[in-house]
Write a protein that binds this ligand. Structure first.
Ligand code: GUN
Length: 171
């Protein structure tokens, strides 16, 4: 979509199109639909980012908990959202060796035991399996408060890339 096309959307159309730029959290698209029109696409992305920043800790936790595990059960059962499926495949997480899958599953489990939410990382910006493993191994030592903010920071990166799949930045 061009900027003009985005700006011509009704709030309801906007909501439907941007519904999953924050994984399974359509409230973000509803909130931002009220901010149309945008001067440029940076402002559109910023609006989603600001929305995420101003949420309560409770809502940030809810959003993190809506993310599927990387290479986890939902992926095995082919129940991921289209966006998550695409992202995980970009990092080859659908084609891991049995050994690497086990490693990933074990670390996901430990991470979730500690934090009570899943490990979220923008896998399209960390598309090497080693980088993802390094990320989870390092982040598991963080404090909960810090990890909520890092996780939401990753949700912002994921959100930006999902928006870029929808809009045509050159127009
Ligand atoms: N990074 C990009 N997409 C996803 C996702 O769906 N889940 C997790 N945990 N991280 C992601």
């Amino acid at each position: 979509l061009s900027l003009q096309q985005v700006n011509d959307l009704s709030p309801n159309e906007f909501h439907q199109i941007f519904i999953n730029v924050i994984e399974c959290w359509s409230e973000g698209a509803i909130y931002v639909s009220a901010l149309v029109p945008f001067k440029n696409f940076d402002r559109l992305i910023e609006s989603f980012h600001r929305y995420l920043d101003q949420l309560s800790i409770e809502n940030k936790l809810k959003i993190l908990r809506l993310h599927p595990d990387l290479a986890g059960k939902l992926a095995d059962d082919d129940l991921l959202t289209d966006e998550s499926k695409y992202e995980q495949s970009c990092a080859g997480l659908d084609l891991l060796t049995a050994e690497n899958k086990l490693k990933m599953n074990e670390l996901n489990y430990k991470y979730k035991q500690k934090f009570s939410f899943p490990f979220v990382i923008c896998v399209r910006e960390n598309s090497k399996f080693e980088a993802i493993l390094k990320g989870i191994s390092e982040r598991i030592d963080n404090e909960v408060q810090q990890e909520i903010e890092i996780g939401i920071g990753e949700v912002k990166k994921i959100c930006r890339l999902r928006i870029l799949e929808i809009v045509d930045y050159s127009k």
